[in-house]
Design a protein around this ligand. Structure first.
Ligand SMILES: C[S@@+](CC[C@H](N)C(=O)[O-])C[C@H]1O[C@@H](n2cnc3c(N)ncnc32)[C@H](O)[C@@H]1O
Length: 185
């Protein structure tokens, strides 16, 4: 039984790895794949978001490309007066996030491309995107967000926004950064 279960897990992991490669080739490496936020960097992103939410509770928060919802879930559980919205276009990540958030009333997950959504109602924006789309996202955030919004970007810089802080963090022993921005208005 254990053997069959291990083989099943192995096949699942292999299929997922192949999907990642196919997706990477399809978008020519421009778009971020579904890799979940984890480790110290995840903890520090959550701390930064919580600090903002403590000062601005009751706001709308979004994770652009929310993956499995691993950032939105702990925030929504702690800040019940705020509303959390995840946009995810990958059906595997979307399904995982949908199942995981089924019982949490203040989270909604949409299977949508975040470039097709009006972001003007959000005060806190989380994202983990790659340089291939960061220019376009920077323009969109500048256009749609209000001056009092905060953008927390995991690992990658977003050009055109106004930088307010850089936090040095890590995953395992690899040094990485968290970038904090406000719209450049
Ligand atoms: C690096 S992952 C983020 C993971 C997430 N923070 C988590 O912990 O699970 C980036 C995600 O963004 C999604 N994504 C990339 N571009 C997108 C777009 N334009 N619209 C919606 N989702 C997008 C990808 O499918 C991927 O799941």
């Amino acid at each position: 039984m254990f053997f069959y279960f291990s083989v099943f897990l192995y096949v699942l992991a292999l299929a997922y790895f192949i999907k990642l490669i196919v997706d990477f080739i399809r978008c020519k490496g421009k778009e971020p794949p579904f890799i979940t936020s984890l480790g110290k960097i995840k903890k520090e992103i959550l701390e930064t978001a919580k600090k903002f939410l403590r000062e601005n509770n009751g706001i709308k928060v979004t994770d652009l490309g929310c993956g499995s919802g691993s950032l939105l879930i702990p925030l929504a559980k702690e800040f019940k007066e705020s509303k959390f919205v995840g946009y995810e276009y990958d059906w595997i990540a979307y399904t995982i996030a949908k199942v995981k958030t089924f019982y949490i009333p203040n989270i909604v997950i949409y299977k949508k491309n975040f470039f097709d959504v009006d972001l003007s109602e959000y005060r806190l924006v989380l994202c983990y995107i790659t340089p291939g789309i960061s220019d376009r996202l920077g323009d969109k955030l500048n256009r749609e967000l209000t001056k009092d919004s905060l953008i927390i970007s995991e690992i990658f810089e977003i050009p055109k926004l106004k930088a307010v802080e850089e936090i040095t963090s890590s995953i395992a022993f690899k040094k990485l950064k968290i970038f904090l921005y406000i719209p450049n208005k």
